[in-house]
Ligand binder design. Sequence first.
Ligand SMILES: [Zn+2]
Length: 349
Amino acid sequence: MTRLTRDQMRGKAQTVLGLIDPAELGSTLMHEHLIWNITPPPQRSNPPPPSELDLQQWWNLATSEIKVESNTTQLDVGVATRAAAEVVQKGGRTIVELTIGGLMPDPNGLAQVSRDSGAQIVMGSGHYVHDYQDPANANRSLEELAQEMVDQIQLGAWGTDVRAGLLGEIGCQWPWTDLEKKMLHAACLAQQETGAALTIHPARHQDHPWMLVEFLRAHGADLSRTIIDHIDRTIFDDDRLFRLADAGVVLEWDLFGQESCYYAPNIDIDMPNDAQRLRDIRKLIERGHGDQIVISQDICHTAHMTEFGGWGYAHIYKKVLPLARRRGFTEAELNKIMVETPRRLLTFI
Ligand SMILES: [Zn+2]
């Protein structure tokens, strides 16, 4: 394995098949999972179950009302390839795949999916939330964790020579744990070292994104190259939303397709539907933040895939963009969200 230098990477984007001219990225989904295991580690069977579902239970599975391992585990390269091909068929070019430490990342599997589907795939790096991490991470130093992420970008990830194209999704729980803070600090150092974008899974608490902003500032992160994920299930008022936007971070609505207000992981909140997501995005555009918005579907349940009766990875192309156009979004605005901002973020500086 050879290490790519920062000079070799600067001005380029990196997919699982290698460095590319960022102009080739095209329309990009910024937060998906194609091959994953989000079953909590203590509940995982070995070997993992195949991807199959009892469709009579589809609604309960799609809303996470019931937990079934074959819904929270998808390790089949063929299933992932068919899903990625749908995106290409509907006009998408690039899928950012954020299955990282704790979620059973499969870099060689993603490279195969990319070759077989024609989709470009940009892979994440680092570790997900505390409860999914290898307990050994608690004893690893800040420098060691930072170097691991640098290596995943410059050298190869998870024992392969497939390289990552950005940092994260770095995971945070509520309450935010010391291990997660160390991991995020390490990601800030890796961002400074590599010039990569950083994407963060915030805790399920409306004040956590602002805590992230303060933490990122204190640790020298580039906020303009940092994405706060899952805004749809985290922020519910304009004050908090505008304050985040004013701080300069990129805001990501990545649960498009989830149309039910019932959100099993936190039933204290009203999950917005796609129309409400578009209204929040509209508000930010009117306020001048049109270049700080990205969208995606964060599919990580088999019930959400078309092959198992769900809306699938092309939902944004099939339903959301047409809806947005009917609601008055211009092509220039949508191009910023789908093409220009992802390209800016995925280009190493
Ligand atoms: Zn995710």
